[in-house]
Every structure is written in structure tokens, then in C-alpha cells.
Design a protein around this ligand. Structure first.
Ligand code: UDP
Length: 356
């Protein structure tokens, strides 16, 4: 019988909670490992609600810090006891600016967390990892659409940790051919589950475009700062590939299904994006349309380290994993707004002065 137990490291976070929903809906049993350093346990209650989970043992939780030496043995022992088939690895710090200011913390936490997970899975004979990598590993070296053979070269420590972890996982797979790895290079996840019960709840001032736009629309912030309108793009603002978080989550299920098949050992890389480039001003317009709210903005100088344009060639994920993004920009804006307007303060913790 197939082993349907999966560890979800970082499962309470924005992407993790959506991955949990899709895995549960596909018959998997989960053990989430999370320290809630940038997430709320409430997200897991909402996952239970969305999936109408009656058997609570199907969604277990170990509250622990994968990067902490103090928690290491407890985590490894718990994974051994759980005997998972493998793990989805989304545990780590993710703020680009913070990573520039505190590189040591980013390298230590993101990489140590990965080693703990590798050790636990190795000892549990569950040598399978789907890793949350990022399109940021491409840096500014490629013409879009970029495919997985694109030149890498991250421009900040956060991106470097993603790149290093891909290398660590690939080397691990070389060291022992039983390992099966999928490195998923995410483009820009936005939106929320259609229920409006789970979504992105950033700590403090959002760094990313969509949460910022959403907080302006709901009245928590006065206006959006658009970082530059002098890029070589049609309207001068930066172009990205925004992907609905539910499409992204489904990519993890498809990657897991792929790794479960005999013969798919070794390390693989897949872009997860829509292949559609959207400018900052396009995104503002789409959000205004979906929300019926005005999103005032001002153009300011470029943000350091930003690139003009990147969007995905995701044809490999389509061909090999049978995966494709199906949701449109309008879906993304509608669902993001639904989450934001139903949960104006996210999961409710008072984390900054601008909460409503
Ligand atoms: N952006 C912006 N104002 C913001 C946040 C982002 O103009 O407050 C722009 C940014 O310059 C980029 C795009 O929106 O062109 C997406 O930025 P985000 O930080 O969401 O993703 P990333 O740059 O990491 O792809």
C-alpha cells in the first residue's frame, strides 16, 4: 500500500497552508512542522475548516524550529516515528531586504532547517523532498520567458539560500541514489483559497506588491509606492509572473506524484509560473477592478536589486508533471481581495500599528 504520510515543513505559512489544503484533498496525511515565527496556528484551523477534516489525526503538528540545535533531536525523532514518504519543504525566512541586512541569520536558518529535514527523512527512510525554491535564483541574467536552463545568479542573500539549498539537495541525491528531489522555482505567488479563510498575512509593512496593494485597498496604508517607471518595459514599471497560490500549491501535489513514481530518483527542477508578464500598473488596475476600491499610488525611485522583467517558461512542469496554472489575473485579484476584506487584520495578531 502507498505511504501517504507527508511532512510539511513551514506548513502554517502562506504557501504552506494552501499546499496543506491540496494535499489533504488528495488523500495525504500530514505532519506540519512550524515554529510560527512568521505564521499563525490559526491558519491550520482554517485548513481543517476548508477541508472539512473530521479525522484530526490526518493533520498533525510539531511546533518546533527546524534550524535550532535545541530542537534538532526532537524533530528527527518525531520524523522517524511518523515514517513519512517524504516532505514538502517550505520552512525558511523570505524577506529580501532583511536578508541583505542580516545575511548570517538567513544563511544559518534556511540552510540549517534543510539539514535537519534531510537528516530526519534519511533516518526515517523517506528520502523525498519537494523544495520551495524561487525564480529569484535566476537573478538578472536571462531574457524572459526563462526556462530551467537559464543562468543562475541570485542578487541577494535570500536568493542565495534558495540556490544553495537546491545545490545541497542535488548533492544529497548524488550521494545516495534513493533520494528523490524536486526543486520548484516559484514565480510570484498571489491570491488565496476561494473560501477567503486562508491567505497571506505579512508581518509589519509588506515587502511584496500584492499584499501592499491589498492593504492600500482596505485602508490600512495610504498609497502604494511604485518602484520606478523608467524600466525598459511598455509602461516603464517592473514586469513579473504572478501565479495564483492555489495553482502553485497544486504544483507541489503534482511534483510529489511525480517523485512517487518508480524511477524518478535524483534531483529535478521545475519553474512554476503562468508564463504571462504583468506590470505593476497592470496589477494595480486589475486589483482596482476586482475590489471596486481605488488604489492610490505614487511613482518613486527604483528599489535596489530589482530587475525590469522576468516571467516563466513553465513548459517543463506541464510536460513532465502534467501541471498547468489555470487561474487568471482576475481570479488572483478577486481571491486576494476576498481574503483581505474578510480578514482585514490577517489572522488577528496585533503585529503593527497600522492594523485596523
Ligand atoms: N513593487 C512596487 N511597490 C511595492 C512592492 C513591489 O512597485 O511596494 C514592484 C517591484 O518593483 C516589482 C514588482 O512590484 O517590479 C513585484 O515586486 P515583489 O516584491 O512583489 O516581487 P519580486 O520583486 O520579488 O519579484
Amino acid at each position: 500500500m502507498k505511504n501517504n504520510r507527508v511532512i510539511v515543513a513551514g506548513g502554517a505559512g502562506y504557501i504552506g497552508s494552501h499546499v496543506c489544503v491540496d494535499l489533504i484533498n488528495n488523500g495525504y496525511d500530514l505532519l506540519v512542522i512550524d515554529d510560527f515565527s512568521n505564521s499563525s496556528p490559526e491558519s491550520l484551523n482554517r485548513v481543517r475548516e476548508i477541508t472539512q477534516l473530521t479525522d484530526q489525526s490526518r493533520l498533525g503538528l510539531l511546533q518546533a524550529d527546524l534550524a535550532s540545535p535545541a530542537d534538532y533531536q526532537k524533530i528527527v525523532d518525531t520524523i522517524k516515528l511518523y515514517k513519512p514518504a517524504g516532505a514538502i519543504h517550505l520552512a525558511g525566512l523570505k524577506a529580501v531586504g532583511e536578508s541583505v541586512a542580516e545575511p548570517g541569520r538567513y544563511y544559518r536558518i534556511n540552510i540549517n532547517a534543510t539539514h535537519t529535514l534531510i537528516d530526519g527523512l534519511d533516518q526515517a527512510d523517506g528520502r523525498m523532498i519537494v523544495f520551495s525554491s524561487s525564480a529569484t535564483v535566476y537573478g538578472d541574467h536571462n531574457k524572459s520567458p526563462v526556462d530551467e536552463t537559464g543562468r543562475t545568479g541570485p542578487t541577494n542573500p535570500y536568493g542565495q539560500t534558495k540556490f544553495f539549498i537546491e545545490q545541497i539537495l542535488t548533492d544529497t541525491a548524488i550521494s545516495n541514489p534513493h533520494w528523490k528531489i524536486c526543486n520548484l522555482r516559484y514565480f510570484n505567488p498571489v491570491g488565496a483559497d476561494v473560501s477567503g479563510l486562508i491567505g497571506e498575512d505579512p508581518n509589519g509593512i509588506p515587502n511584496n506588491l500584492f499584499p501592499y496593494i491589498a492593504q492600500v485597498a482596505i485602508g490600512r496604508r495610504e498609497k502604494l509606492s511604485v518602484y520606478g517607471d523608467d524600466y525598459p518595459t511598455p509602461d516603464g514599471t517592473g514586469i513579473r509572473d504572478y501565479i495564483h497560490v492555489c495553482d502553485l500549491a497544486n504544483g507541489h501535489v503534482k511534483a510529489l506524484n511525480f517523485l512517487e513514481q518508480d524511477g524518478n530518483n535524483g534531483s529535478h527542477i521545475f519553474n512554476l509560473g503562468t508564463g504571462v508578464g504583468v506590470s505593476v500598473l497592470d496589477a494595480v488596475k486589475a486589483f482596482e477592478k476586482a475590489s471596486g476600491k481605488k488604489v492610490p499610488y505614487e511613482i518613486i525611485q527604483r528599489r535596489e536589486g530589482d530587475i525590469a522583467e522576468i516571467y516563466a517558461d513553465a513548459s517543463q512542469a506541464n510536460k513532465i508533471l502534467g501541471w498547468q496554472a489555470t487561474r487568471t489575473m482576475d481570479d488572483m485579484c478577486r481571491d486576494h481581495w476576498h481574503w483581505q476584506s474578510q480578514n482585514p487584520n490577517g489572522y488577528g495578531d496585533i503585529k503593527d500599528d497600522n492594523k485596523l
